[in-house]
Design a binder for this molecule. Structure first.
Ligand code: ARE
Ligand code: CA
Length: 493
């Protein structure tokens, strides 16, 4: 379950948060395939509660009503079309799976696919689940059945996360329904899963569930391939539940990564300490994690991970992302957001619920593509920023090489090579960088893929000359639009 199942030479996924299936299908064909991405994390595809107060928040999709594939992103047929078209472009689809719970308690209505649900009687006929299928006072010991104390493992796993009705995954019937859903997705051709709220599920239950998963669809994958699984476990080191409990069923989301890298690129922690970034900072083994700067929760103050960098602080965000993509540690995920107006009230964003850009009838807006490759209609599309997509390509080129030729100025200027294939240098100082550095690269002229693209054998941005001894002169003014330079052997003039 640790292998992402990427097509050859591809090593990064992007989370196209709240995108429609029809837009993702097009994005695979027009951008993700050609620009070297491995795949897409999609928002939960299964039927969810329709929340109208507030009006259609993004988080309604984390309140399942059934496992039918009908949401604001599209229906079953549109989902299948996306998976097929993306796989044909060598782009994989990873599904966000919400199986810890159903809707919040209380209320009733119809889901996005028309199924009835009742959060008072715990009835979800669209699956079907009934009150017997949920944890209750016999398994959860808090008086309101909600989680209050993250130091109590039993409570975290058997009680309700923010009042979400907690499924009894110890029960065979419940497991069977979840396994049916996952195998249904596998048969369609997905490459893997994000397990939402994995901290709130027992590792033994996940072990039993994943043990019943089929191999991937052989129309797209080698026979016997297992789905890639990455589990959402927020482990900042201060709770009894640890990431390591979940390595048996796949990788985990490493929230320490963005939390500790963000302050460095905010000049709050010297960049020179990144010399042993990764396991050296007490993080799990590279092959056990998926890494990212921000995610859909902590970019708006949900979840955890501290004050992470986001698209709103774009200059620093691009640098942190470039560092992530240049560094060998972890399997990398690039966040792709939509815009919303923040409104801080007592330190919290009162608009943290706002859903994706919508039309008048609250359907999700199409993603509009501008001539400069950027997006319109409220979609931020960080994955289409030049400094980011060129570093996705950098990672593909240098993959498998080790980090060598580390250099720092003792403070906020750093540089390193990836084998003899790539080199990157950052200037986070308030003064210019003007230095000769060992790049480890063969002599020649290279495009700086940060300031421009490599197109038809030449550079649209600046270029760097590597001498026969592997050294090159670097000049990065502190006022540079992006105070970093990256070169690699795939962009040699
Ligand atoms: C919404 C409303 C709630 C309401 C509930 C039920 O906001 O007020 O009670 O509905 O009606 C998302 C949103 C939630 C939303 C939920 C369902 O973030 O606000 O609730 O959808 O619509 C913990 C979990 C972690 C979880 C984060 C958010 O451990 O798994 O909280 N992250 C995932 C997803 C979220 C999603 C869910 C889980 C639920 O990524 O997008 O919620 O499916 C410490 C702990 C962390 C803990 C953190 C925050 O740091 O270490 O483990 O994270 O606090 O409590
Ligand atoms: Ca649970």
């Amino acid at each position: 379950f640790h292998n992402p199942n990427c097509a050859d030479g591809r090593h990064t996924i992007t989370h196209l948060f709240e995108w429609k299936w029809s837009d993702i299908a097009q994005e695979c064909e027009r951008f993700l395939g050609p620009y070297g991405y491995c795949g897409v994390q999609v928002s939960p595809p299964n039927e969810n509660r329709v929340v109208t107060s507030p009006n259609r928040p993004w988080w309604e999709r984390y309140q399942p009503v059934s496992y039918k594939l009908v949401t604001r992103s599209g229906n079953d047929q549109q989902f299948r079309d996306m998976v097929d078209r993306c796989n044909k472009q060598n782009i994989r689809i990873y599904v966000d799976v919400v199986m810890n719970h159903m809707t919040g308690s209380g209320g009733s209505g119809q889901g996005t696919g028309g199924s009835q649900w009742d959060g008072n009687s715990l009835s979800f006929p669209g699956v079907p689940f009934s009150s017997w299928d949920f944890n209750d006072a016999s398994t959860c010991s808090t008086s309101d059945l909600n989680i209050h104390n993250y130091q109590n493992v039993q409570e975290v796993r058997n009680c309700r996360l923010v009042s979400l009705l907690d499924l009894k995954l110890s029960k065979d019937y419940v497991r069977t329904k979840v396994v049916e859903y996952l195998n249904y997705l596998i048969d369609i051709g997905v490459a893997g899963f994000r397990f939402d709220a994995a901290k709130h599920m027992w590792p033994a239950d996940l072990y039993a569930i994943t043990g019943q998963l089929k191999s991937l669809n052989t129309n797209y994958f080698p026979s016997g391939s297992k789905p890639f699984i990455y589990q959402e476990v927020i482990d900042m080191g201060n709770e009894p539940i640890k990431m390591s409990e979940y390595f048996g069923t796949g990788r985990v989301t490493n929230f320490v990564y963005g939390a500790k890298l963000s302050p460095v690129f905010r000049n709050q922690d010297q960049a020179k300490w990144l010399v042993n970034w990764g396991e050296g900072w007490g993080m799990p083994f590279s092959n056990d994690v998926i890494v990212f700067i921000d995610n859909h929760d902590n970019q708006r103050g949900h979840g955890a991970g501290g004050a992470v960098l986001t698209f709103r602080d774009s200059r620093r965000y691009k640098m942190a992302t470039a560092f992530m993509l240049a560094h060998p540690y972890g399997f990398t995920r690039v966040m792709s957001s939509y815009y919303w107006d923040v409104n801080y009230v007592n330190g919290n964003d009162a608009n943290d619920w706002i859903g994706p850009p919508t039309n008048g009838d609250m359907s999700i807006k199409d993603v509009f593509i501008n001539s400069d490759l950027s997006c319109g209609n409220g979609w931020i599309c960080e994955h289409r920023w030049r400094q980011i997509y060129n570093m996705v390509a950098f990672r593909n080129v240098v993959f498998g090489t080790s980090l060598v030729n580390w250099w720092d100025n003792g403070n906020y200027q750093i540089a390193f090579s990836r084998g003899n294939k790539g080199f990157i240098v950052f200037n986070l100082e308030s003064y210019n960088l003007n230095t000769r550095l060992q790049t480890g690269l063969p002599a020649g002229q290279y495009c700086d893929v940060i300031s421009g693209n490599y197109e038809n054998g030449s550079c649209t941005g600046s270029s760097v000359t590597v001498n026969s001894d592997g050294t090159a002169n670097f000049f990065i003014p502190t006022s540079a639009e992006d105070p970093m330079i990256a070169i690699h052997i795939g962009a040699k003039v």
